[in-house]
Design a protein around this ligand. Structure first.
Ligand code: PEP
Ligand code: MG
Length: 290
């Protein structure tokens, strides 16, 4: 019944001429779910790991993932993204001079592979128990080789769809190669802006440099969308830009197939898309790239 409620509450977003764009939610736990979207485009799993002295057990993880799978038709789970802005003391990672450029996201797997193994096991088990197709993506993927390694381990567990977040310029530049390994890409514009403009995403004096509407960032989005079109695979955006009604039409004009955002942003983005044809979105995107 819960699942029916969320899924039945809204169709896809549409441009004025009917081009569909999936509108999805960014959540941190089942408690963040709201009606009004088609599913979950970014399930940040860090919450499960915060404020703990040890890793959450396999059973705890299965319960947390199943709770979300039961209430939403389509869910993309992001594997653990520990890092500068999300320190996890129990991981015992060494201090670093440049944490944003260090062992974070998927890179933690280099030191602690059992963390990802247990998480993938738990996601696969929660999907099986709830009769859901699990979609899983890794944060901070940088090279096609990293993508291949992640995909191999996820597919070995029967996970249906495996993807990479594009948060590092190198990943955007190699989007076509990533899509030879992956079923989909999801662009994390918060980190992609941080690394493209070499500006700490939390630095109060650099907010203007981090604006994802700048041509350099949009050009990287365009590369990803073009690679997705060529491969016939979905490429979405799940950073804050996706929930900005000023930017959402531009992203659609560049060719992204889904937008994932905080639940509160869905109505305004739906309205912004409905006010423009796809051709108008594409025109706006072309102008913004100049
Ligand atoms: C991003 O970087 O855009 C993203 C969605 O991930 P997070 O904000 O959790 O780092
Ligand atoms: Mg990120």
């Amino acid at each position: 019944a819960e699942r029916a409620r969320l899924a039945a509450s809204a169709g896809p977003g549409r441009t004025a001429d009917g081009h569909p764009v999936k509108l999805l939610l960014n959540i941190g736990s089942a408690g963040d779910l709201r009606p009004g979207a088609e599913g979950v485009g970014l399930f940040r799993t860090e919450f499960l790991f915060l404020d703990r002295t040890g890793a959450p057990s396999f059973e705890e993880q299965v319960a947390a993932y199943a709770e979300v799978f039961e209430q939403a038709e389509e869910v993309i789970v992001r594997t653990l993204d520990a890092g500068t802005d999300k320190p996890l003391p129990f991981l015992g990672l060494p201090e670093e001079q440049n944490p944003a450029l260090g062992v974070r996201g998927l890179r933690v797997d280099r030191l602690l592979p059992e963390v990802l193994d247990t998480q993938l096991d738990a996601i696969a088990e929660a999907a099986r128990a709830t009769g859901t197709q699990a979609w899983v993506m890794a944060p901070m993927v940088t090279t096609p080789a990293e993508a291949a390694g992640f995909a191999r381990r996820a597919r070995a567990r029967g996970i249906a769809k495996v993807g990479a977040m594009v948060e590092v310029p190198a990943a955007a530049l190699r989007a076509a190669a990533l899509l030879r390994e992956m079923d989909f890409l999801s662009i994390g514009t918060n980190d992609l802006a941080q690394y493209t403009f070499a500006a700490d995403r939390q630095h109060p004096d650099l907010a203007d440099l981090l604006d994802p509407g700048q041509p350099a960032l949009l050009a990287l989005v365009a590369m990803c969308a073009e690679a997705g079109r060529a491969a016939g695979k979905p490429v979405g955006v799940c950073g804050e830009a996706a929930g900005d009604p000023r930017l959402a039409p531009l992203l659609v004009g560049l060719g992204v197939t889904s937008l994932s955002m905080a639940p509160v942003s869905v109505p305004a983005v739906r309205t912004a898309l409905a006010a423009r044809t796809l051709a108008e979105c594409a025109d706006a995107a072309r102008s913004a790239l100049i």
